[in-house]
Ligand binder design. Sequence first.
Ligand code: G1P
Length: 306
Amino acid sequence: MDVNKVIIPAAGLGTRFLPYSKSIPKEMLPLLNKPAMHYIVQEAVESGIKHLSLVTNRSKHCIEDYFDTTPGLFSALKDLEKETLLKEIEKIIKSVDFTYVRQHEMMGLGHALWLARHAIGKEYCGVMLPDDIIFAKQPGLEQLIRVARQEKVSVVAVQEVPTECLSSYGIISVKKQITPNLFHVGHIVEKPDHKDAPSHLAVIGRYVLSHKIFNALDEMTSYSVGEELQLTDAINTMMQSNEKVFAYKVQGMRYDIGTPIGWIKAVIGSALQDKQYGPHIQRFINDLGTSDSFVFNQSKNIQHTV
Ligand code: G1P
């Protein structure tokens, strides 16, 4: 089974990040010196993906611009012998094709995927939600592709979440536990009340799905005009037509940057993990707890040696 294509739905309004998201898409929030979307596309490329379909809207031009070459900037940097600063992004741009699909009306995640259906043939495809950033030795999506190939099924990524978070996610019911990290899914309940949640295993934003997902979405578009189409409903419909879905506990560190608090945690977490910035930020955090911290002694905050 080959998985060469990925759909990235990025057409949300980003209301939680207003007024920032008025003119800059929330997918372009920075994590260190790169926008969040860079990490998503990089994970796709490192997972062997060759074709990306991004579902965007009229206010998301700068995502397209970011994943384009910049000859003027390149030659200016070349004159300064600094062109290697663009090496990483240039490499990403060259290794994958981009297709952009517009979502004209906010009709939900399922609808966004359905719009990209023409880019996918009769094959399994990946879906990556840019609110979820995963730092892992083996890229998160590649972990799912490995399971999908091995078991010849669709796979969703899951993570164990505490009771108070159940109502923020799609929660799976477990038909059968196959290994400590792999489950055969019975069904998925979208954002349940904690009393109705069938487990503590929450779907996080990585999927490898059979093309049958588009048949399920086709059926739904025919009866729910004007309503939001949930991807969860389509996955449940697909399972009813005998497509097995497994859930895999992705190994790695996942940040939910869909809220300002989650994004701030991701910035601090990724800075702490970074070779260059880590020691500085660690010192800064340790210092915060002391009575002589920079809060009281601003001169301490002036050591920007990086
Ligand atoms: C979506 C899905 C949900 C999933 C979540 C992961 O919800 O509908 O099933 O658990 O992503 O981040 P959203 O967060 O877009 O509302």
